[in-house]
Design a protein around this ligand. Structure first.
Ligand code: NAD
Ligand code: G6P
Ligand code: MN
Length: 440
């Protein structure tokens, strides 16, 4: 069987060990010949990279492993780039979340002003990696799950329309794993229809492989509990995620014809979200004190002990969709997957030039979209507003336009007025010096 060369961009990410453990677990279906970690922060990456090196030497010595901050080294002879960078790291995530909260506005990593600020930082970082990949390995695929995926995807649609980049998100799949557990079946047996933008979508159909409608059973559950269930799952297991899954109950109530993505709570229940957020201790603080500490101390422990035996790195099972996607491209499996792709009519009554999240069939030549038909007025209205925010951010980044970024913030459903938008924007500009293009 063919073996593949993979570069993980954002090698110092808290998700890198979990992804590597997961890749090791799938060596039979997706064998690796080379693995490289790439980051632009050598100190941060080195801790993760050294620990992963010990792990790989013990568990898969046949894989040629290296880590680097040199683009040529990182992107030469690569089949897949798996990208999860965070431009500005957690220090900037914390600002993205806290600045809007000062004005009583949702402070979130990917939604509202925080997501806009993060988008303005991410676009340049992602384009840089994409350009390195095309220069050194023009036939490679970039599987990007760096956030905010909606804005990054729109930027690549506009600025690199012919690139081999596929933008993806784990949230719908994470929810589908829960749906499957609620129904007592495997998520691979769910036959779905879904439409939306990234972190902004809805299921319109959930059937089993025999074509039986599973929506009524699921709705009964969601009406009471949202997607909250008791499972031992790594990434979405802490208290704040429990609350998010529970809150789906109220988001669902607004449109009981569909089942919503968890992220819609930031747009439909912003008052609730603000009321339940500590402005001095946001999600960034929780993650820094939780996942980041945990992963880095596990890595340090491996390095000190010189072995990864009984290590605390945890396999990121839910990230196996990345392997599914890489396998589909490599082996033409024609698997149906949710991707963030140019609409071009797939959602009939929606902007053809928008990046939408919809099911696609993935094979050797990329993806084919599955048309989702016409969407209801409620979702269409919300999506038109949100996609305009995302497009204005990308235009603001390209043109260096203060005006357009102010419009983007003003248009966000999370922001109450143009004047609040302006105050938040001015604070964000100050905080993002050196990360954003200069705005005029
Ligand atoms: P992290 O800060 O732990 O890791 C990000 C790494 O990227 C850091 O080591 C940083 O130094 C590096 N980096 C930053 N800018 C870079 C650049 N220009 N070039 C190379 N490396 C760069 O963050 P994390 O919490 O592990 O998350 C990583 C990313 O994955 C984030 O964007 C997060 O939002 C995203 N994510 C997405 C999904 C999804 O569903 N799409 C799921 C989980 C995480
Ligand atoms: C989900 C989303 C990701 C996001 C992550 C944040 O998985 O799909 O896009 O990055 O949650 O989780 P965190 O635990 O960092 O708040
Ligand atoms: Mn996501």
């Amino acid at each position: 069987m063919k073996r593949f060369s993979i570069t993980v961009a954002g090698g110092g990410s808290t998700f890198t060990p979990g992804i590597i453990m997961m890749l090791l677990d799938h060596q039979e279906e997706f064998p690796i010949r080379k693995l490289c970690l790439y980051d632009n922060d050598p100190e941060r990456q080195e801790i993760i990279a050294k620990a992963c090196g010990i792990l790989l030497k013990e568990r898969a010595p046949e894989i040629e492993y290296r880590y680097t901050t040199d683009p040529q080294n990182a992107f030469t002879d690569v089949d897949f780039v798996m990208a999860h960078i965070r431009v500005g790291k957690y220090a900037m995530r914390e600002k993205d979340e806290k600045i809007p909260m000062k004005y009583g506005v949702v402070g979130q990593e990917t939604c509202g002003p925080g997501g806009i600020a993060y988008g303005m930082r991410s676009i340049g970082g992602i384009l840089e990696i994409l350009d390195y990949m095309e220069k050194y390995s023009p036939d490679a695929w970039m599987l990007n799950y760096s956030n905010p995926a909606a804005i990054v995807a729109e930027a690549t649609r506009k600025l690199r329309p012919d690139s081999r980049i596929i933008n993806i998100c784990d949230m719908p799949l994470g929810i589908m794993v829960r749906m499957a557990k609620i129904l007592g079946i495997s998520e691979k047996d769910l036959d779905i229809r879904y439409f939306g933008l990234n972190h902004f979508g809805w299921w319109t159909q959930i059937k089993d492989k025999e074509g039986n409608d599973l929506m009524p059973t699921l709705k009964e559950y969601v009406k009471e509990n949202g997607y909250d269930i008791n499972i031992e799952e790594d990434q979405h297991a802490d208290q704040s995620w429990h609350e998010t899954f529970k809150k789906v109950r109220d988001v669902y109530a607004v449109d009981p014809d569909t089942l919503p993505n968890t992220y819609l709570k930031y747009y439909l229940c912003p008052d609730y979200v603000v009321k339940h957020t500590d402005p001095n201790y946001t999600r960034a603080n929780q993650v820094m004190d939780g996942r980041e500490k945990e992963v880095f101390s596990a890595a340090r422990e491996i390095i000190e002990r010189g072995t990864a035996e009984n290590c605390r790195f945890m396999k990121d099972d839910h990230a196996s969709y990345i392997v599914d996607l890489a396998r589909a491209l490599a082996f033409n499996t024609k698997e149906k997957m949710l991707l963030i792709v140019p609409n071009e009519g797939a959602v009939e009554n929606f902007d053809p030039e928008a990046m939408v999240e919809i099911p696609c069939i993935v094979g050797k030549d990329g993806y084919e979209k599955i048309a989702q038909g016409r969407i209801p007025q409620f979702q269409k209205g919300l999506m038109e507003q949100q996609v305009s925010v995302e497009k204005l951010v990308v235009e603001a980044w390209i043109e260096g336009s203060y005006q357009k970024l102010w419009q983007a913030l003003t248009l966000s459903k999370t922001v109450p007025s143009a004047s609040v938008a302006k105050q938040i924007l001015d604070d964000l500009i100050e905080a993002n010096k050196g990360y954003w293009p200069e705005l005029k």
